[in-house]
Every structure is written in structure tokens, then in C-alpha cells.
Design a protein around this ligand. Structure first.
Ligand code: CAA
Length: 446
């Protein structure tokens, strides 16, 4: 069967930096380590006044198409995943196609365009749609452009304010991809939940602590469902495990529970038995409560073992490096986790060709998906082309007062217009005001 998967990837970060320890902590009177160690984030990327989900998505796609020397004729489908949309009818992909048509010869009239919504998991759902379209043989030799773009902003004062972010990931999905092949096997965990939602409002209503529990519960279901088709998973099967990363502290929890699940009834559980005992089994307890206490005690001990720490440092920690600097990008988050892990492997001179990743996506509301990926021969060249480190470095560090002003620019109820831009755009698309039907307008700046 011909391989189908991610052929190319480009990441575009919002151009402002909101430093959590230096800038947010003093205003909130919080210990800076709450952000850097507890939540695990150093900073959030924030959109400048002329940036939004369209400019960031279009800029990521523009760079990708330029680098790969693609024309609109090479793309048969543009799917945008976002939970920050500003129109209930006209999809963001039409705006992005309009931007790209300003700079490339030809047009996207032949391309099927859409917008996917299911909180943060819709980026992965769009990958799945593109995969299925190619597998069904409907692509006529063309590739799909999948763009995950979000301004992940919270209401001022919300606990989620520490986990904001803004950026876009553009991915080219093709036959015989250069980066990773997607597995046909998938596992889902899906339930009607109210952990995080935006009922016709811009900023989310969040039950923060519950959202963490729902993430873990759905991820566990998805892993079990994946194993029901792909067979049991083992920690040594995967070089990297990129998870949806609302903040690295969330992934620390998911990684630990995943490891505990994967080592059950394996030689690793046996090897650890002298040090921390074997995992408690529910049938050995009279009540759920007693079992849960015992499993929680075991999990705490497992976290402190060298075996777990070494696995975490190799398999999970590298996937969090970009996220630490940019915050939550909602639909793009799991895709920057994959890129981050592969970039760290390249920097460490690892050859990952033929190795496997296990990818855990999540969207509130709520659904998790687990699938596997196989790293392709040309992965290193593709990852070496990423410019995310340079973009992170070039961001303008904003003060708290500047943050308040630019938050108001992006607040749909305020739309503050008298705020000067903080950075100067070059070779990119910018927001250019409003049209007569309330549409947003964009122009390319040389
Ligand atoms: N130094 C070091 N660590 C500290 C500390 C300090 N001074 N003070 C606290 N901490 C630690 C805590 O011990 C805790 O660690 P553990 O997670 O290991 O227990 C960690 O910092 C976080 O502390 P709290 O749980 O007390 O944090 P909080 O009450 O402020 O809430 C939050 C955190 C619930 C995630 C909040 O930021 C929030 O609501 N975020 C938005 C929702 C969200 O991201 N949910 C994640 C799952 S939903 C999802 O994934 C979809 C999505 O993208 C939104």
C-alpha cells in the first residue's frame, strides 16, 4: 500500500512574546516557578495588532508552498482547523486561499475548502480527512494543505490566562511523504463533556481542574481502543510520543499514566517490582476507593524511578521544547509537539528513519485520538528547514501594559483600533481592515 502522510510542515508563531515569569507573575503576585515548573511554560506567543488566524495560517502555508516550489495546481484541498473562527458561514480556508492567490500564479478554484471544528483535536481530524481523501483515490495526484491556526486567548483574569498562545502549523499531506506516514490504525475516546466550551462567545468557559481529568480519561480510552486494533503498546515501541500540549504539566500527567498502562504485564513491571512492587489490580480490592488509593500510591512511586525518568526524558520531554516557549496553540499544539520532538532528535544527531511515533491528540468537549506514525527517509531535511527557533528569538517582548492593550485589540467585543503595531511586517500577509459586508480584508506586505 502506498504510504500517505505528512510530506512537509511549516510553523508560524505570533510575533509578540508574553513572558510568564517576568511579566505575568509579578502582576498576579505568583511565584514565577508556578509558571515555569508547575505549568511548565516560559512564555506565550501573542498576535501583533495586524495578525490573526488568517494571517498566521496564510503565512505558514505561503512559506511551505514557497519552500517546496508548489503552485495552486498542486493542491486539491485546503482544510483549516481552528477554534478561533470569526464567521459562522464563510470558512477561514477561503480567506487563506485568497491570500495565497495574491502571491502565487493561478488560483485554487479547483480545490475543496473547509473548516473543521472539534476544539483542539480538529487539526488531527483534518489530517485524517486528507489521508482518507488520498486513500480513496479522489485526489488526482494532488496534495492536501491542512492548516491548524488559533489565537488561544482567555478572558482577562481567567486561570487559563497563563496558558495562552497564538500560531499556525501548515502541513502538506501527500502520497509517499517525506516526513511521516500515518498508520491506518486509530483509537478514539469520545464523550459528551462540558470541560471547555465557547457557546457563541470568543473566550472559553473552562472547568480547569475537570478539563485535566477529562483529557486523561479520554486519552486512556483512545489508547485502549488503539490497542484493540494495533495490539498492545510497549514503551520501547516508540521513539517519541507527542501529545496535545495545552501546557507541559498536562503532558507530564498523561505521559506517566501512559507509561503505567504500557508496562503492565511486561518485563519492565517485573524489573521494577523489587523497587516499588507490582501494579495493584482492581480484583484484589474490596472497593473502588481502596483500589484508586493503591494505584495512586504506585503511580507516585513509579514517577520517582530512574526507569520512568529515563523514558520520559527520551520520549516525552523533547516534544515539549517548542511549546514551553509559545504556549497553547489549540489545534496546532500536537503538531508542534511532533515537530519539537523531531527537531530535538535531529539536533542530537539521531537517525529516526523507520522509527515509530505514537501521537495523542485531544479536543475538549471531548475526544482523544491515538494513532502511530512512521518516520520517513527524508525527515531530517524537512525538519532542518524549520525556522521556528529564529521566529521565537525574534519576537517582541511586551510589558504587562502592552499585553492589556493588545489583548483588547483581539477581543471581539472591544476591537480596540488605536493601538500601534509592535513589529514591522515583511514578506507576509497582514490584516487590512473591514469590507462592506463585515468581512476581514488582507494584503501582502513585501
Ligand atoms: N512552584 C512550582 N509548582 C507549583 C507552584 C510553585 N510555586 N505552585 C503550584 N505549582 C504546581 C501545582 O502543584 C500543580 O502541579 P501538578 O499539576 O503536578 O499537580 C501545577 O503547578 C498547576 O497548579 P494548579 O493545578 O493549582 O493550577 P491552577 O489551579 O492554576 O490550574 C489549569 C491550572 C487548570 C490548567 C488552568 O491553567 C486552566 O484552567 N487552564 C485552561 C484549561 C486547560 O488548559 N486544560 C487542560 C486540559 S483541556 C485541553 O487540553 C484543551 C485545551 O487545549 C484547552
Amino acid at each position: 500500500m502506498t504510504a500517505v502522510g505528512i510530506d512537509a510542515i511549516e510553523i508560524h508563531t505570533g510575533k509578540l512574546k508574553f513572558d510568564l515569569a517576568e511579566t505575568l507573575a509579578p502582576v498576579k503576585d505568583k511565584d514565577p516557578e508556578y509558571y515555569t515548573k508547575g505549568i511548565g511554560l516560559a512564555a506565550s506567543s501573542f498576535p501583533d495588532t495586524y495578525e490573526d488566524i488568517v494571517t498566521m495560517g496564510a503565512n505558514a502555508a505561503y512559506q511551505l508552498m514557497k519552500r517546496r516550489d508548489l503552485s495552486p495546481q498542486d493542491i486539491g484541498r485546503i482544510d483549516v482547523a481552528t477554534e478561533s473562527s470569526f464567521d459562522n458561514s464563510k470558512p477561514v480556508s477561503t480567506y487563506i486561499a485568497g491570500c495565497l492567490e495574491q502571491v502565487f500564479d493561478g488560483d485554487f478554484h479547483h480545490a475543496n475548502k473547509g473548516e473543521r471544528k472539534f476544539a483542539c483535536i480538529s487539526g488531527t481530524q483534518s489530517l485524517d480527512d486528507a489521508y482518507n481523501w488520498i486513500r480513496a483515490g479522489r485526489h488526482r495526484g494532488r496534495s492536501a494543505l491542512v492548516i491548524a491556526t488559533d489565537t488561544a486567548l482567555y478572558a482577562r483574569g481567567d486561570a487559563g490566562e497563563a496558558t495562552q498562545g497564538a500560531g499556525a502549523v501548515a502541513m502538506l499531506i501527500s502520497e509517499n511523504p517525506d516526513l511521516v506516514e500515518l498508520s491506518t490504525e486509530q483509537g478514539y475516546g469520545s464523550a459528551d463533556e462540558t470541560d471547555f466550551l465557547k457557546p457563541n462567545q470568543q473566550f472559553p468557559s473552562v472547568d480547569g481542574k475537570r478539563s485535566v481529568q477529562v483529557y486523561l480519561a479520554r486519552m486512556r480510552e483512545a489508547l485502549e481502543d488503539f490497542e484493540s486494533v494495533a495490539g498492545d503498546t510497549h514503551p520501547d515501541d516508540f521513539e517519541l510520543i507527542p501529545f496535545h500540549t495545552p501546557f507541559p504539566g498536562m503532558v507530564r500527567k498523561a505521559g506517566l499514566l501512559g507509561f503505567r498502562h504500557m508496562i503492565r504485564d511486561t518485563e519492565i513491571e517485573e524489573q521494577l517490582a523489587d523497587e516499588i512492587g507490582r501494579q495493584p489490580r482492581p480484583e484484589a480490592f474490596d472497593s473502588d476507593e481502596a483500589y484508586l488509593d493503591a494505584i495512586s500510591e504506585y503511580t507516585d512511586k513509579l514517577k520517582g524511578t530512574e526507569t520512568y525518568q529515563a523514558w520520559y526524558d527520551d520520549t516525552i520531554a523533547p516534544t515539549l521544547e517548542i511549546s514551553r516557549e509559545v504556549g497553547n496553540w489549540y489545534t496546532g499544539s500536537v503538531h508542534i509537539a511532533r515537530a519539537s520532538g523531531l527537531k530535538a532528535a535531529l539536533e542530537a544527531d539521531q537517525d529516526l528513519a523507520g522509527e515509530r511515533l505514537l501521537v495523542g491528540s485531544y479536543g475538549s468537549g471531548a475526544q482523544a485520538e491515538i494513532h502511530a506514525e512512521t518516520v520517513q527517509e527524508d525527515w531530517a531535511e524537512e525538519i532542518a528547514a524549520l525556522t521556528i527557533d529564529e521566529q521565537i528569538e525574534a519576537r517582541r517582548d511586551i510589558s504587562f501594559e502592552e499585553y492589556e492593550r493588545v489583548h483588547d485589540v483581539h477581543n471581539h467585543d472591544k476591537q480596540a483600533e488605536d493601538v500601534e503595531e509592535f513589529t514591522s511586517p515583511a514578506d507576509e500577509f497582514v490584516f487590512d481592515g473591514w469590507g462592506r459586508m463585515g468581512e476581514r480584508k488582507y494584503r501582502y506586505v513585501e
